[in-house]
Design a protein around this ligand. Structure first.
Ligand SMILES: [Zn+2]
Length: 337
């Protein structure tokens, strides 16, 4: 397998947890109202060593550098049901079947070839996204002209997932400005990984990752240079809520997605973070996303967290699950009512 998918795997909050305390109701209506998932990866299910995953782990454990350290820091717990990976060769088919059952349309990110496979399999449910990072090595970039073609004639609609934080680089760094300028020129929204990551072991697994490069306020210079840029702050800048709210206050073209954080942190904390965004007045800029990587049932599980949120009104749930993303992506919002 190429380094691209591995890099994208690391770029997400992920991890192969073995536990959880929550079993939430799954969405099983025969014709569910439409959902937009703005954060899916064009994985093919072949990532090695995948274990059943327990979402919303309750805590991070300490470790000692003199011992052999696990690649992630979540505590190992029991959970029922755990989320299982697909049988070999079945992953894409399984996820697309879930999307059909749950009435989900998704922005799928990856290298153009991988995304094309998904689009060919389900053209009506896939919104293609690709980015300028090329493989796992920091600084590897797709040529600007090649990316321009992806968006002008290749049918790609969103520039992402941009994972500069994993390289220890700010989104306002001049070395990547030409890509953001291209997005502004072509009126293509950008989706940037921000905040989450490390999974409790960034110091062990990702030496270039910097928590400080996940500060949402690092977008300020970029947005000042590109005032028409439409920005999706992935993972809602978790856990930097004050900085996230400051950016949302100052920049009305900025939206957030709750992907990854919705299932990979303690459930009370997840709900508190989403509630804070909504209570601060940004209920029309919070978008649903999963960070779908390896477990087909993750989508239903993540939708259920929004559906079961007692602090959200029915309208706010619909807005987060569909209407906000439809506005951001300029899809007909009437479909979500
Ligand atoms: Zn990410």
């Amino acid at each position: 397998m190429s380094s691209g998918p591995i890099w994208r795997f690391l770029c997400c909050t992920l991890l192969l947890l073995t536990c959880s305390a929550f079993s939430l109701a799954q969405n099983t209506e025969p014709k569910a109202p439409p959902v937009l998932d703005v954060h899916v990866h064009a994985m093919d299910g072949t990532f090695p060593g995948v274990a059943p995953m327990c979402p919303n782990t309750s805590k991070f454990t300490a470790s000692d550098p003199k011992d052999k350290e696990a690649p992630f820091g979540w505590v190992k717990e029991e959970c029922s049901p755990a989320l299982y990976p697909s049988a070999p060769g079945e992953y894409v088919k399984d996820v697309l079947a879930e999307m059909e059952r749950l009435n989900v349309t998704a922005v799928v990110f990856g290298d153009p070839k991988s995304v094309e496979k998904w689009r060919a399999a389900a053209p009506a449910r896939i919104i293609p996204g690709t980015s300028f990072s090329n493989g796992m090595a920091p600084g590897q970039r797709v040529a600007l002209d090649e990316l321009r073609k992806d968006f002008t004639s290749g049918g790609f609609k969103v520039m992402g997932e941009i994972g500069l934080q994993y390289e220890g680089i700010s989104p306002s760094d001049p070395s990547v400005d030409a890509y953001f300028a291209l997005a502004e020129e072509l009126d293509i929204p950008v989706a940037v990984h921000m905040g989450t990551g490390g999974s409790g072991r960034a110091n062990v697994m990702m030496p270039k990752f910097r928590g400080s490069m996940g500060n949402p306020l690092l977008f300020e210079e970029l947005l000042a240079r590109h005032p028409k840029l439409r920005l999706q702050v992935m993972h809602a800048g978790y856990p930097m809520i004050e900085e996230m709210l400051t950016l949302l206050q100052a920049n009305s073209h900025v939206y957030v997605d709750v992907a990854g954080l919705i299932w990979s942190y303690p459930i009370k904390e997840v709900n508190r973070y989403i509630e804070r965004l909504v209570d601060a007045g940004f209920e029309d800029r919070v978008m649903f996303g999963t960070d779908q990587l390896l477990w087909p049932k993750l989508m239903a599980y993540s939708i259920s967290i929004i559906q079961n949120a007692d602090y959200l009104t029915p309208q706010q749930k619909r807005d987060i699950l569909y209407n906000n993303a439809a506005r951001f992506l300029r899809i007909n919002p009437a479909q979500g009512k």
